[in-house]
Design a protein. Sequence first.
Lengths: 290, 766
Amino acid sequence: MLPQTDYVKASSVAHALDMLHQYGTGAAILAGGTDLIVDMRERRREPTMLVDISSVEELAEIDVGTGNIRIGAGVTVAGLAGSAIVQHQLPLVTEVTRHFADYLTRNRATIGGNLANASPGADLVPPLLALNASVVLATAQGERTVDLNDFLVGPRRTLLLWNELVRAIHIPTPVPRGQAYEKLGLRTGGAIAVVSCAVSMDQAGGECRRVRIGLGAVAPRAFRSSEAEQIMEGHMFSSDIAARAAEAAANSSQPISDVRGSAEYRHAMVRALVERALHAAYERSSEPQE
Amino acid sequence: MTSTEARKQQYRVIGTRPIRHDGLDKVTGRARYGADIHLPGLLTGKVLRSPHAHARIRGIDASKALALPGVEAVVTAADFPIHEDMEIDLVETLGNLRVLAENIMASEKVLYRGHAVAAVAATSAAIAEEALGLIEVDYEVLPPVLNGPDAMDANSPRLHENMTTHSVAKRFERGTDTGVGSNIASHLQFKLGDPEAGFAEADVIVEREYTTSTVHQGYIEPHTATALWDFDGQVTLWSSSQGAFGMRAQTAAVLGIPESRVKAIPMEIGGGFGGKLNTYLDPVAAALSRETGKPVKITMDRAEVFIATGPTSATRSRIKLGAKKDGTLTAAWSELVYEAGAFPGSPVGAGASTGFAPYKIENILVDGYDVVVNKPKVAAYRAPGSPQAAFAIESAMSELAEKLGMDPIELRLKNVIRPGDRLPTGVPLLPTGCEEMEKAMRSHPHYNAPIEGPNRGRGVAVGFWGNAGNSSSATVSVTADGGVTLVTGSVDIGGTRASLAMQAAEVLGITAEDVRPSVGDTASVGWTGQTGGSRTTFSTGLAVVAAAEKVRDEMVKRAAILLETEPEKIEFDAGTFKNGAGKSLSFQEVAAAQVRTGGSITASASSNPRQVGPAFAGHIVDVEVDPETGKVEILRYTAFQDVGTAAHPSYVEGQIQGAVAQGVGWALNEEYVWSEDGRMENASFLDYRMPTTLDLPMIETVLIEEPNPAHPFGIRGVGEVCIVPPMAAIANAVANATGRRLTHLPMSPGRILEALERPATNGTGG
Ligand SMILES: Cc1cc2nc3c(=O)[nH]c(=O)nc-3n(C[C@H](O)[C@H](O)[C@H](O)COP(=O)(O)OP(=O)(O)OC[C@H]3O[C@@H](n4cnc5c(N)ncnc54)[C@H](O)[C@@H]3O)c2cc1C
């Protein structure tokens, strides 16, 4: 049963921000609603005003800027999947969309909602961490850009202020060619990640460069395993080094036991998935294109 | 041409694949389900459910809820009559009225988390929900007991203080009262021959213990019921169930009113699989309507479906098989412990009678225990009771084959039961094609394809199900344009409008499209057992055939009048009436003349089959196990089944594919995850993981059509037996792939990884 609430359909970013300002902490942004409506039904959240941004066109664009690719916060997972820019430059993100929920949910779920919701298991976060993404936040007063890594504070906690919304996600270019994604769910369709892992890297003559490893569902928030990255960075790729990095990644995670898997299982899976992703990313990698 | 093909050529409609009559409505969303009912003044009902797995109710105070504006009534067990133990008919399982009533509304104790304690009716869903929060229930919390073997311990907490173990030697008997107080509701035992001597003769013995978890049928449509208690005392129900007559009987009995005062209108149903044979909501909605004078609708949400309806039993099975070196089984023993949930009535009897049924074994001992625990009362689920026993027995059979160094299908064929052989219950087997099916498996390309690649394996398993008969009613009426209306009392779950219309069409020499089938309510057609036990196409089919034959005979008489000859001279062929002298009339012409040749043509009939026609299924599956993650991928699946004459092959195949899909979930993923205090921790489809289309390969089907002598067209029930083999077949394939025997369901990735850490028990045969 949904709690009773008021509702407004925002026509522009400015309109949405104005509504947030007017209704204060009782307001909540409604994008695809695939997290928010569930939370409301379970009474984890009871906003008094829903500001629906799903029709705001300026939030639904993907374009290539100078030095970055810009993805509007309102782009849906299906929108990411169908984007030629994403397919060509961010195959990692395209891969995520194939493992994300189910078709129905993909048509509604947005990238902004996935980040703002800040679930430890949010699927888009590890890849965006591996791609060194930053987040553009807007208030009626202006905009600020923060590193995604800083934006995520803890489980379901971010830097977002009450009167602020996520406007866009920026990914610096050129992006490393070596991108790989592994998601372990307990079934293939409609699965929530037990562990997810994203790797991006370049190489120079077999030497690993710009290695970034993002991990999801194995700590209070998605994070980059700098321990594992350091083991790889600047070294010649080998199975041995990948195994050591995978071990370090597993040790840097802090998994919990829940209905989807035990802490021990998750720990073991980080090792297995990171190792696979490192091999796959290295195979796809090439000389940096600077 | 094979004999099967020859037989099928005698039919014009049976064996073809017409589009189902209700198909367009269903794919366009026009079909009306229970929740689609809207009536003037309709109130919303909601049920307050116990937060405890086991507690005594000291008192219920609903005064605050009743004071909330918009709340029109609150009912508790005090608003229902008190019932004694009494059996009422629920098709596949006999139901005890007291148990049914106490499960619908707890009186003295709550016995599982989710057990109903009160219900409200209000002018909106929001008010009803708020009112639930205002009902104060004073509980004395008691320690729960959450699994069968624990509950059997004499020192464990007792659910029912007065319950004593009954000892049963035959299925469906109440048995003799042992007088021993316990959570064991009954202990049943079947014995054939001399098991001890049989094991002494054996060269090889396999003995193992297997466990399975609580699983749910997972039908897509939640339970819903709408009731209107009229001012003249008539009660009308719009219900989502597997049979309107069952809902009528249960509702009347629970409310203590005559059945004739209740009219149940069946709505379309979004799946049941046995879980919608019992009512949970209809009597509650009716009681709320009685109190308010207005119609009341109650609809469950998904979490309620999981925690407050009837999943199937978690089980522990101990199996022992003995065989000669040549594979001849000398003796078999099983001890089956089935959780019944909060009230007696697990399907352990069916597990006990079906598990060894595919085999001719002289010496058998089966012990079954029906044990109450603080979980929802189990309900039927597709071949209820058989899959759990088959998981254990078929796993042990393949392990035995491995020990004997025999091919697993060869071992099964060596011991195959043949018509006339005695089943474990002592009853001789009717003509069925278990042997033909196993031979078809052995020679199929799937079984003979090499298994390529590491971590891959193949498994097989077979299964048996008895199927149900029971009575059904049908009415066939001829319309002036030469069509036919067909009314039966069978709720259409799996395409039975089509499979029944086809039988009428076959008799009348018209097309399936010429027949307009519909599902009647309890006031417009004779008594009909519920849709369950794979009985509808078979048993309701018998009623349809009988009614259609009466109509055909009457049509012949009318044609004789029109053709000015004797009825005996009329030759009826493919919808045409010939007088033998070159003159003929079409079905349409005779139909158009019906009123002036003697009045409207209509006939009713009911079925009462003495024999039913059991079914066998056998599955072959290839899997690949990921040694790092423990995930199992199904690579190839072929399902064989003796289906009798396949009335509508597409729907037969659909039944088989659906059952395999459910079996894959049961094998690999699905389980209720319980907290220590008896809370289901995964009561949503996100974490109760049924397989999706992406988790399944194409499920190939091979139909073996051994006609059922109990039906004029050879039709037998097909919907249930296909869920019996998958769990064992997959476990056998995993064993073949990994060298490890998984003896617990589900074989989730974590459990597979744990098993991989154990030393392999050599090449373990599939
Ligand atoms: C059946 C199902 C399956 C799912 N499977 C997956 C899965 O496989 N992987 C996965 O990662 N997630 C999954 N989810 C979770 C969910 O779909 C995603 O997190 C999704 O990206 C959320 O986006 P949304 O647009 O629906 O967000 P909403 O529910 O609309 O919003 C979520 C939160 O973010 C806030 N918010 C939304 N947009 C903005 C913005 N622009 N600025 C500031 N705050 C904002 C909202 O106020 C709310 O607090 C699943 C959910 C369901 C129901």
